[in-house]
Design a binder for this molecule. Structure first.
Ligand code: NAD
Ligand code: MG
Length: 300
């Protein structure tokens, strides 16, 4: 089986040690400030109608994994709403244009999801703009790995931002979406390899991702009777603005080098997992599971 064009481009982008060049931004970070810019599947994803007619909300859909999922969903036939922070408008407009170019309807819904009411408003704007909702991708996320590592380095502001963005927003966005979802619809949560193999440099983040895995199991039980599936994707180290925006330049340069596949991953390499889990036909009996896309690190 030949190597895919995305895997080839991912290997070509990584340096000889499998990582990226040292670089740094301020959160939330922008795609245009990254060298090289990530591969979101712009020139590789081919739609096959796997999500025809569905309506999806992707939080953090402006950049990184969220943008790759947005492009793939649109090419698979879904209308897509994206949420993001106001300072990411530039990235959001690029993603919105890719969705339009796929011939699908797009809704842009900026807002800070640390706030419960904003979570509800974003869902309401998505439902109104798309005319319904079938798939919710909880993908917005935050960590901070530039301070003093470990327990003694934690601050209340940092922990609050991490918990609210990763855990609370997933709860409130999913809860607000619930009354719009029906049989065959699904909720997808973005976990991390950190849930299984936590780093001392981001212990609060790793804890939220372990909590999200647990939540995937409880929500699958809760919503199964209504025919709503709940699953998660656990990415490994992926080339997105989150790294340069929150890690030290040295840590950015090392991302992915110690994975079994020996390199950082590209956002485009995540899209297949999210398309599969959203597909009512292909994943009809898949719920309560976490799908690892980690470059080989175990997620069990
Ligand atoms: P990214 O920076 O492109 O995406 C994260 C998005 O989260 C941002 O674009 C932003 O729009 C959104 N966000 C952050 N704080 C927010 C807030 N308060 N309100 C609203 N939106 C907010 O980076 P990414 O790597 O694509 O991240 C997507 C998901 O993947 C995150 O949940 C992250 O934890 C997870 N993940 C990433 C990696 C990696 O190595 N990049 C690894 C494992 C898991
Ligand atoms: Mg972004």
């Amino acid at each position: 089986m030949p190597e895919s064009s995305v895997a080839k481009s991912a290997r070509a982008m990584a340096d000889h040690d499998g990582g990226m060049a040292e670089q740094q931004q301020v959160p939330p970070g922008l795609t245009s400030h990254m060298t090289p810019e990530p591969d979101h599947g712009e020139s590789s994803w081919t739609g096959r109608g796997r999500l025809e007619g569905l309506k999806a909300l992707i939080t953090g859909g402006d950049s990184g994994i969220g943008r790759a999922v947005a492009i793939a969903y649109a090419r698979e036939g879904a209308d897509v709403a994206i949420s993001y922070l106001a300072e990411e408008e530039e990235d959001a407009q690029v993603t919105a244009e890719w969705i339009r170019r796929a011939g699908r309807h797009v809704v842009v819904a900026p807002g800070d999801l640390r706030d419960e009411q904003t979570c509800r408003d974003v869902v309401a704007r998505a439902v109104e703009g798309l005319g319904g909702l079938n798939v919710v991708v909880n993908n917005a996320g935050y960590h901070w790995a530039r301070g003093e590592a470990g327990l003694s380095g934690l601050t209340a502001d940092q922990v609050d931002r991490t918990m609210r963005t990763n855990l609370y927003a997933t709860l409130w966005v999913s809860q607000a979406a619930l009354k719009h979802l029906g049989r065959g619809d699904s909720i997808i949560i973005t976990s991390s390899v950190q849930a299984y193999d936590p780093s001392v440099s981001m212990i609060d983040y790793a804890a939220t991702k372990a909590a999200l895995n647990n939540l995937t199991g409880s929500l699958a039980q809760d919503l199964g009777a209504d025919g709503i599936r709940v699953n998660a994707v656990a990415p490994g180290p992926i080339w997105t603005p989150l790294g340069p925006a929150t890690k030290t330049p040295e840590a950015v340069a090392n991302m992915g080098r110690d994975t079994p596949l020996g390199r950082i991953g590209q956002p485009a390499e995540l899209a297949g997992a999210y398309v599969f889990l959203a597909s009512p036909a292909e994943a009809s009996y898949v719920s309560g599971t976490v799908l690892g896309v980690t470059g080989g690190s175990p997620t069990f």
